[in-house]
Design a protein around this ligand. Structure first.
Ligand code: 13P
Ligand code: SF4
Length: 301
């Protein structure tokens, strides 16, 4: 039996579903039941009737799935698959920021720990951050936005409204430079440039389109253009190429690789199903508080 056959057999035996982020390795995307962005994955986790969720992504994503499906077994095949940006703020730091702005509403990016989410009024992903901020502003124009300063700056520029920021960032997206975009454009003059809002403002300003990873996948599918420069983690190009075999995709930077997203291999998925590990567990009080902000995120899809 091949490793994929073993995984599929165990999946049936244990009534498991495999969810994978768009940045995962090609072979992981191929065995997944659902591949998507943070918002899509959270929605799948909330509605699945499987008993076990094998989450091929990073820790905060599996944690979010557990908060939404507390009665299910949620597994992260590699316990060290984390998100450096999510680790840039903790609950104590957020509490201190909130004490300095006692009248503010707090919105967190889903790339944050459950303990941080538990302190927030709203949670958002890159797919709905703008919509959520638009909803909140009429109630309160003082908004703390953590931890991604660049997503915050992007939304803030759209709304022409300043947020109280945290200086977090994604090290992978922040390393894409204007020079990378200019070089890619000169090599592929007909290509559309699409980038993620975790990129710096100097990059989003040069793009034809700025979107979450799912929005990017949708855009390239529906577009009449045939060449695209992709300004995000390069793993998504595998999905784009698979779904659009006649179109051509170029990475804005071939250095845009998230090592954490590449930690989960087929061997780890098999091991995870065999041992039902690593199981995500959460303090019930933190999970209940975090759920409030995550439910609000799902209502603004
Ligand atoms: P989305 O897939 O939600 O756009 O997020 C990108 C990302 O960096 C996830 O860690
Ligand atoms: Fe975190 Fe960036 Fe990796 Fe996404 S790509 S998991 S934001 S470090």
């Amino acid at each position: 039996m091949t490793i994929t056959e073993k995984i599929n057999q165990l999946k049936k035996e244990k009534n498991a579903v495999i969810l994978a982020h768009n940045y995962e390795l090609p072979e992981i995307q191929d065995i997944a039941d659902f591949v998507g962005d943070s918002l899509g994955l959270s929605m799948e986790a909330a509605k699945t009737d499987a008993s076990v969720i094998v989450f091929c992504g990073v820790h905060f994503m599996a944690e979010t799935a557990k908060i939404l499906s507390p009665q299910k077994t949620v597994l992260l095949p590699e316990k060290d698959a984390g998100c450096p940006m999510a680790d840039m703020i903790d609950a104590a730091a957020l509490k201190a920021l909130q004490s300095a702005h006692p009248g503010a509403i707090t919105m967190c990016y889903v790339n944050s720990s459950a303990a941080v989410k538990a302190l927030c009024d709203y949670c958002c992903t890159s797919a709905n951050a703008l919509k959520m901020a638009e909803k909140i502003l009429p109630q309160n124009n003082e908004i703390i936005f953590v931890p991604d300063q660049y997503l915050a700056r992007y939304v803030s520029a759209q709304l022409r409204h300043d947020f109280i920021l945290w200086e977090g960032y994604c090290p992978i997206h922040a390393e894409i430079t204007p020079e990378d975009i200019r070089k890619a454009r000169s090599l592929h003059p007909g290509a559309k440039v699409i980038v993620h809002p975790e990129c710096k403002p100097s990059i989003t300003a040069l793009a034809d389109m700025v979107s979450s990873t799912e929005g990017m996948a949708r855009y390239v599918k529906n577009s009449t253009d045939s060449e695209f420069i992709i300004g995000t983690e390069i793993g998504i190009i595998y999905r784009m190429q698979k779904e659009n075999p006649r179109k051509t995709f170029y990475p804005a930077s071939d250095k845009a690789i998230c090592a954490d997203m590449k930690k989960i291999t087929l061997e780890r998925v098999l091991w995870s199903l065999e041992n039902l590990a690593y199981e995500i567990t959460l303090d019930p009080e933190i999970a209940a508080k975090a759920e409030r902000s995550i439910e609000r995120m799902l209502q603004t899809a």
